[in-house]
Design a binder for this molecule. Structure first.
Ligand code: ZN
Length: 393
């Protein structure tokens, strides 16, 4: 059984016979971010080869010294599995050995920084963040953080940690993967959804199509859809059936990490909605209630927030007003980019995803994008050799 929170790459076949306001199976544009970037081909392989040579030489160390001022790189991770290879049952989880290698590379080129040190004058360093609140952050990542004395911030989806609201992507995947093997048509509102659940491939396609469609809806509608789907499939989401690797943190684990002085905690809403699809009232409730729960459990102010999904289209001007009114010091997106502490907007800080190859990561944290920006400014064209997501924003 596979649980995946975020969107999948596969383009699902049409699932709909007739639809109201839902577009099931619409062609998606999101690309699944492959942990570790293992399947890159073509020009990427060439870029990686060049960066591999740079990594093995001392040139990146020199570059790091030359470009390190007023530069912070914030990295975004989610969950982890044991070992050095992806677990085929949980392809979205990053092998913990690969994470350790990331931490080692970061520590080589930039000083570790906690989020609250970000805007100090002359800040330079690397900030590690984790989203959602998986227990594997405690079981697998926390020992690595302690080993390298690397600070980190975990953004908690509080309904998930409270075990009151599953992450809706996991909930959907549980239902589709655990359902009886048969074809059926599920009617919801004005829509008819084909559910061809006769093979694991077809189930994966169904999850991908529904994930894309449900992302367009307010979270209350998503939950209503999932409850109706439970009735249709004669199944109930049960926390006991969630694999250990996908269980949420407990509040005791959260407190233990906090007491280490190494890990801080920020908000990531209650139920992980796409905030741009929610009413202002629903957004306010998601953000303020998540903050309140964390403060209640930790007995301290919660001053940081990360937008669920985190792309520009996933939040609005109203969202930004609400997070400002909630009094957060820092708000993080999932758009790629480096941060210049002297000029950045603390309410929309970019982060690099965990799908970087090791050579790319070395190039990034040693100042590669900054060098590329400098060369571009002076009419050089070396930036063309970089993947677009690594050129400076
Ligand atoms: Zn998230």
């Amino acid at each position: 059984m596979q649980f995946q929170e975020h969107q999948l790459e596969q383009q699902a076949p049409p699932l709909v016979e007739s639809s109201g306001n839902l577009e099931f199976g619409a062609a998606g544009t999101n690309v699944e971010r492959n942990v570790g970037g293992a399947s890159r081909t073509g020009p990427h392989r060439w870029h990686s080869f060049l960066k591999g040579i740079l990594r093995k030489s001392c040139l990146l160390d020199l570059l790091s010294c030359a470009t390190a001022q007023d530069r912070v790189e914030i990295l975004l991770y989610h969950g982890f599995c044991l070992g050095s290879r992806p677990d085929p049952r949980f392809p979205k989880l990053m092998p913990i050995d690969l994470f350790e290698e990331h931490v080692r590379i970061c520590a080589r080129y930039l000083p570790p920084l906690s989020l609250d040190q970000l805007l100090k004058p002359g800040s330079r360093g690397v900030v590690i963040t984790f989203d959602d609140g998986y227990a594997n952050n405690f079981d697998l990542a926390f020992p690595v953080l302690r080993k390298y004395r690397m600070p980190a911030t975990v953004f908690l989806t509080t309904g998930f940690v409270d075990r009151s609201t599953p992450l809706w992507g996991n909930w959907l995947e549980f239902l589709v993967m655990a359902a009886q093997a048969r074809d059926s048509v599920f009617e919801w509102r004005d829509s008819k959804v084909n559910l061809p659940l006769t093979s694991s491939l077809r189930r994966t396609e169904v999850v991908a199509g529904l994930m894309r469609a449900l992302r367009q809806l307010p979270i209350a509608d998503v939950h209503e859809f999932l409850r109706a789907l439970e009735n249709h499939l004669k199944l109930r989401f049960n926390w006991k059936n969630v694999p250990n690797l996908l269980q949420p943190l407990t509040w005791d684990q959260v407190r233990t990490m906090r007491q280490s002085g190494l890990v801080s905690f920020g908000c990531h809403t209650v139920s992980h909605p796409v905030l741009s699809r929610c009413t202002r009232e629903a957004q306010t409730l998601e953000i303020f209630e998540s903050k309140r729960r964390i403060e209640e459990e930790l007995g301290e102010n919660c001053t940081t927030f990360a937008y669920p999904y985190g792309k520009h289209s996933d939040y609005t001007e109203a969202t930004k007003e609400i997070v400002r009114s909630a009094g957060f010091d820092f708000v993080l997106s999932a758009e790629s980019g480096s941060t210049k502490p002297s000029t950045c907007n603390p309410y929309e800080l970019p982060r690099w995803g965990a799908d970087l190859e090791l050579n790319e990561l070395s190039f990034l944290v040693s100042g590669g994008p900054a060098l590329s920006g400098y060369l571009k400014k002076h009419g050089w064209r070396w930036e063309r050799t970089l993947p677009s997501h690594l050129t400076e924003h």
